[in-house]
Structure formats: structure tokens, C-alpha cells
Design a protein around this ligand. Structure first.
Ligand code: FEO
Length: 171
């Protein structure tokens, strides 16, 4: 059984994961209308992953006798400047999510809720991968620069990432 404090904290995380999914969906759409197929596919896949992160929490809260709440979400931006800025936004977003997961883990220890603590280890591992992936892409785009030819190559590179198992990379 979840304590009220843990239930509330998990519900806040459900909202964060849902908002992450929306942000990446907005990025996918923004990249798609500019013809960047690789980047948009990557972002669509990433958006799906975030929805999966949210659903996993919803199921867990309900299984443990709580009530997972589906709340309204903050609307994501409509456009994202340049690809460099967009991937920097993605990286900063993932760092924020990692901090929230760490806070959650901390609360489970305070509350002596070892079942939730154990459940959250999956998210801890996930965040290490997500941050590493975002950092990797950011390094790549910094190398390539903002010129049109460079962006075309970058889009192709990201397309390869997605084709070679975005589920693995964007998980
Ligand atoms: Fe679900 Fe990208 O954190």
C-alpha cells in the first residue's frame, strides 16, 4: 500500500512523463514540417517511450492501492529555434527528469517504502541512458554546425540511429 506522500509524488512524476511525451511530440512535428525525416522519426519514437514511462507509473500506482491521476498538462512550445537549441532543450529536460527521479527515490527511503524504491531503479537506469544519448547527439550537432549540408548529414545520422533500434537508444 502506498503512503499518501508517495502516491502524490508518483502522481507528480506521471505528469512529468506525460509532459515529456508532449514536448518530444511537438519537437517531432516541428522537425517534420521542415523536412527533417530522421530527426522527426527519432522524436516520434522518443515521445512514445515517454508515454510508456508514464503508463508504467500509472499501472504501478493503481496496483499498489493508489489512484493514478491523469491531469492537465503544460503545453509545449510550438517551435524550437535551431536543432542545436532543440537538442539542448532535450538534454536539459532529461537532466531535470533525472533530478525528479532522484528526489522520488529519496522520498521512498524516508518513507521506508522499499517496493517503490525497487520499482524506481528502472527509472534511475533509464535516465543514465537518456542523458548519455542526449549528450551524444548534442556533441554530434556541435561538431557538424548549423550549415544546411551539415544539418542534412545530421538528419541522416539520426535516421540511422532510429533505424538501428531507436527503441534501444531512445528508451
Ligand atoms: Fe521519461 Fe526521458 O524521461
Amino acid at each position: 500500500m502506498l503512503s499518501k506522500k508517495i502516491e502524490k509524488a508518483l502522481n507528480e512524476q506521471i505528469k512529468i512523463e506525460a509532459e515529456s511525451s508532449q514536448v518530444y511530440l511537438a519537437m517531432a512535428s516541428w522537425a517534420e514540417i521542415q523536412g527533417f525525416e530522421g530527426v522527426s522519426s527519432f522524436m516520434y519514437a522518443h515521445s512514445d517511450e515517454e508515454r510508456m514511462h508514464m503508463l508504467k507509473l500509472v499501472k504501478f500506482v493503481n496496483e499498489r492501492g493508489g489512484h493514478a491521476q491523469i491531469s492537465d498538462l503544460t503545453a509545449p512550445p510550438v517551435s524550437f529555434g535551431s536543432f542545436k537549441e532543440m537538442f539542448k532543450t532535450l538534454f536539459d529536460h532529461e537532466v531535470m527528469v533525472s533530478e525528479r527521479i532522484n528526489d522520488l527515490v529519496h522520498i521512498t527511503l524516508e518513507e521506508r517504502d522499499y517496493a517503490t524504491h525497487n520499482f524506481l531503479q528502472w527509472y534511475v537506469a533509464e535516465q543514465i541512458e537518456e542523458e548519455a544519448l542526449a549528450r551524444n547527439i548534442l556533441d554530434k550537432i556541435n561538431l557538424i554546425g548549423d550549415d544546411k549540408g551539415g544539418l542534412y548529414l545530421f538528419d541522416n545520422d539520426v535516421k540511422m540511429l532510429t533505424a538501428n533500434g531507436a527503441d534501444k537508444l531512445a528508451e
